[in-house]
Design a protein around this ligand. Structure first.
Ligand code: ACO
Length: 309
């Protein structure tokens, strides 16, 4: 028995903002955004919808899809850098909204690596039998910390939530290996000031290309697998060129990399689980497939794991 995913859920806001829409409000072009990032459109939540609201929608669905009720959840972990408030945490707000028991609940701040950090944390409690069911949510309302006057960042981000209920799974499924890391000296390249996201795009790009490839290869080796055993790569959806670099390091064909960046942009902590859900729903990822998930983010942080679906 190993720790794996029992059910998943997602929520993306209805409002679609295309590159053409952005052309009208800032000095950018659809062509620039597509060729430099791979993004075509993103979802933006309305002013009355906050992070905990979209987290709730995804979490409810994940619990239902796991065949459970909120009362069955033993721990809530929410990966986000856009909480409703510094405190209470989104996890505590979610516990209340879901009507869960008075179980532990906390947020994880690891930016775009947050969901991998959450899954690995959940695994520890599941493996040592402390908890049976852990709800892990990746959620961001990045639009509220986006500087719409900064074309270098505004075109990149979107809002979304994706959730997984984790617990014991059998038949060799679940998490097979993982790697987590952080380099605080790179914090200056990607951070939030009093209000907005600030980014040195080139430095983040260089770090991401190196780290994503390295971590993806490391977790494959740690699991005792070979690159050719991997059915799908699910990289953090930050920039198609960064994603491609990690795919090339893993030496897997183009159609084996899950790609949703064109429709959602970079949704930070929700990007990897959102891509996983879409690929499962579309019948691309099937029972027993071997997956590599790998992400990087502000901190700087990184995380990767192999998972048998
Ligand atoms: N539209 C048009 N032109 C633009 C835009 C835009 N939206 N943004 C920047 N430019 C211009 C720049 O001003 C610059 O013009 P100049 O040459 O006249 O000075 C030119 O395009 C090139 O800019 P660069 O920054 O060098 O472009 P680059 O190829 O590096 O692409 C990008 C920029 C897409 C941001 C890239 O660096 C990147 O993807 N970096 C990683 C970003 C990332 O993944 N961040 C993760 C954040 S996730 C998290 O943890 C929250």
């Amino acid at each position: 028995m190993s720790a794996g995913i029992l059910g998943m859920g997602k929520f993306v806001p209805e409002r679609v903002v295309t590159n053409i829409d952005l052309e009208k409000v800032m000095d950018t072009s659809d062509e620039w955004i597509r060729t430099r990032t791979g993004i075509e459109e993103r979802r933006i939540a309305d002013d009355n919808t906050n992070t905990s609201d979209i987290a709730f929608a995804a979490a409810e669905q994940a619990i239902k899809n796991a065949g459970l009720t909120a009362k069955d959840i033993d721990l809530i972990l929410v990966a986000t850098v856009t909480p409703d408030h510094p405190f209470p945490s989104v996890a505590c707000m979610l516990q209340d909204k879901l009507g869960a028991r008075h179980i532990p609940a906390m947020d994880i701040s690891a930016a775009c690596s947050g969901f991998i950090y959450g899954m690995v944390t959940a695994k520890q409690f599941i493996d040592n039998r402390t908890f049976q069911h852990v709800l892990v949510v990746g959620v961001e309302k990045l639009s509220k910390i986006t500087d719409w006057d900064d074309r270098g960042t505004a075109v990149l981000f979107g809002d979304a939530a994706a959730a997984a209920v984790m617990g014991q799974v059998s038949d060799g499924k679940g998490i097979l290996s993982f790697e987590l890391g952080a380099d605080g000296s790179g914090g200056k390249y990607l951070y939030q000031d009093d209000r907005f996201i600030k980014m040195n795009g080139r430095e983040v790009f260089k770090f991401a290309v190196r780290q994503m490839g390295e971590s993806a290869v490391n977790v494959v080796e740690k699991a005792g697998l070979k690159k050719e055993d991997i059915d799908y790569l699910i990289p953090h959806q930050a920039n198609i060129r960064i994603m491609e670099a990690s795919r090339e390091r893993l030496e897997i064909p183009e159609d084996k990399m899950i790609k949703t960046i064109q429709k959602y942009g970079n949704t930070s902590a929700s990007s990897i689980p959102l891509a996983l859900i879409d690929a499962v729903e579309e019948g691309q990822i099937k029972d027993g497939d071997l997956l590599v998930m790998v992400g990087f983010g502000g901190g700087l942080t990184w995380g990767a794991l192999t998972l048998k679906w």
